[in-house]
Ligand binder design. Structure first.
Ligand SMILES: [Zn+2]
Ligand SMILES: [Zn+2]
Length: 397
């Protein structure tokens, strides 16, 4: 059985499906047509389908023999609030909405994987749970599916997922053991001073000056508190204050992002942020409130599953460029699944030729090299195949 050759044969259909989805992108939790398409196709293929899981999520179960391991394959479906400028003939027809991260490709990879799984059903000693997830971009979809009981009747033994990755040329794959993507959180700061006339600053307490000092002071966290051998981000991305050139406003508001690879780092960053915000505002005569919100945990790949994925890649694409030490400060809510289930999240280089300089994810001209779609589906199946053998060896049933 040659998963790659079969996936290559299906490539024209996979590409057509990806382009169809690309034309009709849907935002987080509004993936109505996309999830209907996935559910209808899974039904047609003989999967046991559940619709409306965590909003617009869909699952399809393909039962293997009793006691066989359950392998979950996860695909996200949502698009972004971006006006597409790719100029492609299959460009978005939905004003202001665009598949600028490649989740259209993931859904198409998932449907192709489902087709291959039904074809090779007898070759597997495993059951499969295909998960088409909403709202990855807002970091809420995986949690919504979990809260809706995704794992309550059957908890998968392993979880696999892929992301097309334009930062790497086609033919490259990232299969890393341990942490791959950062955890993320955000902070919101409200600084309260005393408003007044801009010509009489001594009678007011300026929250803008306090906010500016806070922005500068936060740089010291990375310079002085974080171990230089570790990675983290504290970035201010929003600063709102004031209404006119001759008014000192009463309040200023800051927001920003936090990225980290361990709970210890999260705790350290929260502690330093709070201290610096409150003390710096205080020194400027202002009061400050800070709200810290954790969004997604770090994404951590399992040792056994990642090593099986690497063997799988070696078998189907021995010429591929394999990266095992690549990490990114980007975040993914696949991390919520991998917190509960051993698994692997794989980056599939989709940037085309190495010198092509593909547009990055979330760019209005983002597009992918569609030829990599076949290898992504095949790699998921081959990894599942290696994994069920490894699982059988560890756990003879
Ligand atoms: Zn994205
Ligand atoms: Zn994405």
């Amino acid at each position: 059985m040659d998963f790659l050759a079969e996936a290559q044969k299906l490539l024209p259909e996979t590409v057509a499906l990806r382009q169809k989805l690309h034309q009709s992108p849907e935002l987080a939790f509004a993936e109505v047509q996309t999830s209907r398409l996935a559910a209808d196709e899974l039904s047609r293929l003989g999967f046991e389908v559940a619709r409306g899981v965590g909003g617009t999520g869909v699952t399809g179960l393909l039962r293997g023999k009793e006691n066989a391991p359950l392998i979950m394959l996860r695909f996200d479906m949502d698009a972004l609030p971006i006006q597409e400028e790719s100029g492609a003939e299959y460009a978005s027809r939905n004003q202001g909405v665009m598949h600028a991260c490649g989740h259209d490709a993931h859904t198409a990879i998932g449907i192709t994987a489902a087709r291959l799984l039904t074809r090779y059903r007898e070759e597997f000693n495993a059951s499969f749970l295909l998960v088409f997830q909403p709202a990855e971009e807002t970091g809420q979809g995986a949690l919504a599916m979990l809260k809706d009981g995704l794992f309550s009747s059957q908890k998968p033994d392993y979880a696999l997922g892929v992301h097309v990755w334009n930062s790497l040329p086609s033919g490259s794959f990232v299969i890393k053991t341990g942490d791959l993507m950062a955890g993320s959180g955000m902070f919101e700061v409200r600084i309260t001073g005393k408003g007044g006339h801009a010509a009489l600053p001594h009678q007011a307490v300026d929250p803008i000056a306090a906010g500016a000092r806070i922005v500068t002071a936060l740089q010291s966290i990375m310079a002085q508190n974080v171990n230089p051998l570790e990675s983290a981000v504290v970035g201010v991305t929003m600063f709102h204050a004031g209404t006119a050139s001759n008014i000192i406003p009463e309040e200023a508001e800051l927001q920003g992002t936090i990225r980290f690879f361990s709970q210890d780092m999260w705790s350290l960053l929260c502690e330093r942020l709070t201290r610096i915000v409150v003390d710096t505002a205080g020194a400027a005569g202002c009061a400050a409130e800070i709200k810290l919100t954790a969004s997604t945990p770090p994404l951590v790949n399992d040792v056994l599953v990642a090593s099986n994925a690497r063997s799988a890649l070696q078998k189907i694409l021995p010429e591929a460029r394999l990266l095992t030490d690549y990490r990114t400060m980007g975040s993914e809510d696949m991390a919520f699944f991998l917190e509960q289930i051993p698994g692997v999240f794989i980056f599939v280089g989709s940037g085309g030729a190495a010198d092509q300089n593909a547009y990055p994810h979330h760019h209005p001209r983002f597009d992918i090299d569609e030829n990599v779609l076949a290898s992504a589906s095949a790699l998921l199946l081959q990894t599942a195949y290696e994994l069920q053998i490894a699982a059988g060896r560890e756990n003879p049933r």
